[in-house]
Design a protein around this ligand. Structure first.
Ligand code: HSE
Length: 412
């Protein structure tokens, strides 16, 4: 028998208890040992809840119990999670977590402590909720050199963009509906500004490329500027607009970016709609692989947490090697990557504005839109981000253009 503890009895924590209870027998068989939930840590009281008897508010009780070998941290946030997790590892207790903020910021250090102590720090649930992606990167794809990971890593924004595309609604209306239905947080910043996806691609990139990718170095743009008019243009062009988190290795240089991108119907991520997530991985031997499923939610996330608990129980005194060193990776600037831009500009004179656009951008593809606004929409040729942004700055200062309404990247 192995004693385990859960830190946090919120949505994910209660899901972990539910999974451990519902699938108790098969989980114990798969772990090869009986898993005994000895403690749940939370500051709140849960009167009448079955976990009431094992509830504690004092972390030291768990930390100082030598029988507790595995701890599931599902509190979220960096502190006190980081302090708790580090203390647990230093006491030779394996830790599993769903906490992407913690893993993105301190993953390399915590993995190193676990390695030094021959225990484990596992975090399958931190990216893609219930979708297996960390273990495949660590174990199933080790024969490959990974050179690209591109994913829809945030369910909230994918839900919003899908609904805007399907129903022609604007961002604010759909966000409000998502908040009312509980799909989006009251403070939606982390999701809609792309910060959540940024942390997740930082974790995946660190594992794929073996060095610490700092999320603060990743160029990140959210979806708040995407309008119903952009969606209508995208539809006319046969594109979907998705918030893609991507990292690519080219000639030993790695760049990473989170940004809304127009993608064609043939793109493998184009059909990933609603709250679903998907991660597309390219390896030099395997070719293309894709992982798809629910990237959030109580039970999908708990499923991944419990699977990590089982793995930790199976490897109590054996470190499952991960390829993520504490050495920081210097990312190449997105200025050097090549893009095409979809641009909408407001103008007073159609003719003059087209002359200006052609003078600055050369040949472009003009798009006939259905909207009644006095504006011109076009797609640039592929160029570096640096050149394109310089040209956008130039166009902003031209007399014939009153405003740049929208700029969205298009997959090449
Ligand atoms: N807010 C996240 C999402 C939850 O919308 O995908 C899972 O990390």
């Amino acid at each position: 028998m192995v004693d385990v503890a859960i830190l946090g009895y919120g949505t994910v924590g209660s899901g972990v208890v539910e999974v451990l209870t519902t699938n108790k027998e098969s989980i114990n068989k798969k772990a090869g040992k009986k898993i005994n939930l000895k403690y749940v840590l939370d500051l709140k009281d849960f009167k009448g809840d079955p976990i009431e008897e094992i509830l504690t508010k004092d972390y030291d009780v768990i930390l100082n119990d030598p029988d507790v070998k595995v701890i599931a941290e599902v509190m979220g946030g960096v502190e006190p999670a980081y302090t708790f997790v580090k203390k647990a590892l230093l006491k030779n207790k394996s830790v599993v977590t769903s906490n992407k903020e913690l893993v993105a910021r301190h993953g390399a250090e915590l993995l190193q402590i676990a390695k030094d102590r021959n225990i484990n720090f596992l975090f399958e649930a931190s990216v893609g909720g219930g979708i297996p992606i960390i273990r495949p990167l660590n174990q199933s794809l080790t024969a490959d050199e990974i050179y690209e990971i591109t994913g829809i890593l945030n369910g909230t924004t994918n839900f919003i963009l899908s609904k805007m595309a399907d129903e022609g609604l604007d961002f604010e209306t759909v966000l409000k509906e998502a908040q009312d239905k509980g799909y989006a947080e009251r403070n939606p910043e982390a999701d809609v500004e792309g910060y959540d996806a940024c942390r997740k691609i930082a974790i995946l990139s660190s594992l794929a490329f073996g060095m610490h990718v700092d999320f603060e170095d990743i160029y990140t743009e959210g979806i708040t500027k995407i309008t119903d008019i952009d969606m209508a243009y995208a539809k006319e062009l046969g594109y979907d607009i998705k918030l893609l988190a991507t990292s690519k290795k080219q000639d030993d240089k790695v760049y990473a970016m989170v940004s809304p991108i127009m993608i064609g119907k043939e793109h493998p991520l184009s059909n990933v709609n609603g709250v679903f997530n998907a991660i597309f991985v390219k390896g030099n031997v395997i070719g293309d692989v894709m992982f798809y499923g629910k990237g959030a939610g109580k039970l999908p996330t708990a499923s991944a947490v419990v699977a990590d608990m089982v793995d930790a129980v199976k490897h109590l005194e054996t470190n499952i090697v991960s390829f993520w060193s504490t050495k920081k990776m210097k990312l190449t600037s997105v200025e050097n990557i090549s893009s095409r831009y979809f641009i909408r500009v407001a103008s007073h004179s159609d003719r003059k504005v087209k002359d200006t656009i052609n003078n600055i951008f050369g040949d472009v593809e003009y798009i006939k839109g259905n909207n009644k606004m006095q504006e011109v929409a076009f797609i640039t040729q592929a160029d570096t981000e640096k050149t394109l942004s310089e040209k956008v700055n130039q166009i902003k200062n031209m007399e014939s253009i009153s405003q740049v309404n929208s700029i969205i990247r298009i997959e090449k």
